[in-house]
Design a protein around this ligand. Sequence first.
Ligand code: HEM
Length: 355
Amino acid sequence: MIIRKKFENVNIGDFGFRTLAFCDWSELQKTRRELLKDHTCPKIFSTKFQQLDTFINEETNHMLHLISTFHNKPVAFKPFLLHTLNQGYSVDFMPWMLPFYRRHFNQFHKWTKYIRNFMAPIVNERYCTWKPGKKNYDYIDTLIRTIRRKEDKEINLEIAMFSLEDVIGGHSAIANFLMKVFAYIAVRPEIQMRIREEIKSVTKEMRNVRLTDRRSMPFTEAVILETIRLIASPIVPHVASQDSSIAGYKIRKGTLIFLNNYELNYSPELWENPEEFYPERFLIDGYLVKPDHFFPFSSGRRSCIGYKMVQLLSFSIVSLTLQKFQIKPVEGCSYEVPVGNLALSYDTFKFQFIP
Ligand code: HEM
């Protein structure tokens, strides 16, 4: 069995290490996961699913409207999706490198304070005005209800703030991921054309793409999976919770374990031409198929809790954008997507959006 390394033991203060991803396993973390799961994995046709669909449509259309005001000029797209904090430095995974990152962490501290100052009044206001019987509209409601009804003695306002920051971190991950999808397809017009064909076949050019169209657009889904494979997101280090062995190697309890997602996603023994961007590898007879050795969000009880959000949001934003625009590379820009990196810099990849 594998648990998470206790990162708080390495004394790196409050730089996000009370977030779910870096906490050891406990009853508290289990509850935090349960509370969040309700919101990040909405069941198809449920009210939350419908809400999400409406919300993505409204937000994406607003963003696309702003982009149309650039009139085919190159657009630095990332600020439209999100600003980001996490740049995917080695210290994120090897905390003993902290002394080399002092300056960066001071800056990081300022940004986390900025986010906290932005969120605190919103959460406080919702906390003070909460009334029994209030419907759980969003994740903040869920957290506040848990605290006010004392459903879990360990969850308090401070933990709630950290729990919300998990989601902010996750959304930054999606924005970065989307930039990478756009970088791959900007230089592959034939892929865009195939996605657009799927869009036309489901919408008949009469309406916007909806989340429920996902199942009828396997090629678009395959493009998203192929990007997830190629970016080979690093997996948070784990720790063996008991003596064990892997392939004959003894693993002592307490050993720090890194799962090599790069090897899983790029091994020539597992994939044909692994370096190539080839979404068709996820399709058999037109149906989407995920090989058993593909688990980009890890697996087990510490797996990524936002994986469904990644799939739903990426699908909608990519298809809604391609429904309105062709994405073109800007002359002189490189579209090489970095591998094994979490976040791209603020001014990365510019695109032209041609109606
Ligand atoms: C492309 C985007 C994303 C990728 C590639 C990704 C990948 C991962 C991976 C590999 C892990 C580590 C799993 C493990 O150690 O076993 C993880 C953990 C986690 N992810 Fe994501 N993730 C993404 C987006 C998100 C989003 C959108 C959210 C939230 C809405 C999120 C929330 C989390 C949380 C809370 C954990 C820690 C879970 C735990 O330790 O219990 N992620 N993610």
